[in-house]
Write a protein that binds this ligand. Sequence first.
Ligand code: NAP
Length: 352
Amino acid sequence: MNSKFRVGILGATGVVGQRFIQLLEDHPQFEVTALAASDRSQGKTYRAACGWRLPGEMPERVKGIVVHSPAPPLDCDFVFSSLPGDVADEAEESFARAGYPVISNSSSHRMDADVPLLIPEVNPEHLALIESQRAARGYQSGYLVTNPNCSTIVIAMALAPLHRNFGVASCIATTMQAISGAGYPGVAALDITDNVLPFIGGEEEKIESEAIKILGRVNEGKIDNADVLVSAQCNRVNVVDGHLAAMRVKLAQTASLDQVREAFNSFTSLPQELKLHSAPAKPIIVRDEVDRPQPRLDRDAGNGMSITIGRIGPDNVLDYRFVALGHNTIRGAAGAAILNAELLVARGYLGT
Ligand code: NAP
């Protein structure tokens, strides 16, 4: 008997959708049974609709699945969404209303007061919002859970151990973001080759607002934002995968350099305790070489689910500085949503 959850993927043909399919190929709890994308793809088999752009072959079992429109009903128990933000807004709500849990990558509902913006290592207690969300919106078995923007995940995971141990008063982050973060076909080759683009629409605002929600506390069915000042500047660089953030932080309490390094190095949390399938053994890997982390060398650490931090040192303006790196389509997108789903199973929000 097949006891896996049946999964639908909205936006299945895109950069993130393809990562979902790759990461779910041999997943012990989830199997892909439904796929949805735009009217360009609808009615075609996945093999015909999707230009597969990841290394390795398109998994055999999805090739013959016919692509549907992103509207219920779909032949699945819950959906992962990697739809563009403007489409996701209504499509995700319609699935939640129809009784499907929606585990989303898209930005549309991240900042809704009653929607968890979840990183399982950082704020698993935010799942409590699901109850107030259902009550407020009249959802029965459905609900919305989101993961953060791909750069915010890297930044928030780096801040989490510092905030837990010493409090973070303020943070300045300058990102160098990979091309795949813009989806496919994304940025034109003539714009990004031999170049850096010092603008990514909406990205700085997302980092500044999402990070303080993630680090905030649940209070009577909503989140009180963390009292942390966050300033972000974002750049697109000529790297395929892997977002890097050069960060400076001011701490609320005094901490030595050794204490800061140890806070990163010893960081572990609920997904590791629960041994969730996609949880990396070490959510944060500290590198002491002077020239790490680097996207090409470090983005796949922990199967793409670990954040790598290096260049930790004192800062002349704020207290400490360091560089953090994460894989934007794995820890920053599909892998993040899959880990969210695994936590939802472990906490009884899926399958009961
Ligand atoms: P993408 O490569 O452009 O893929 C977009 C997907 O959405 C495709 O499957 C596309 O289907 C589908 N789609 C487009 N317009 C549609 C419509 N009107 N109706 C139904 N489906 C439609 O984008 P992506 O990079 O995968 O990003 C998807 C979402 O994830 C976005 O919200 C993005 O902000 C978010 N995200 C991306 C990353 C990243 O690193 N790339 C990280 C975190 C979050 P067709 O192939 O049929 O056009």
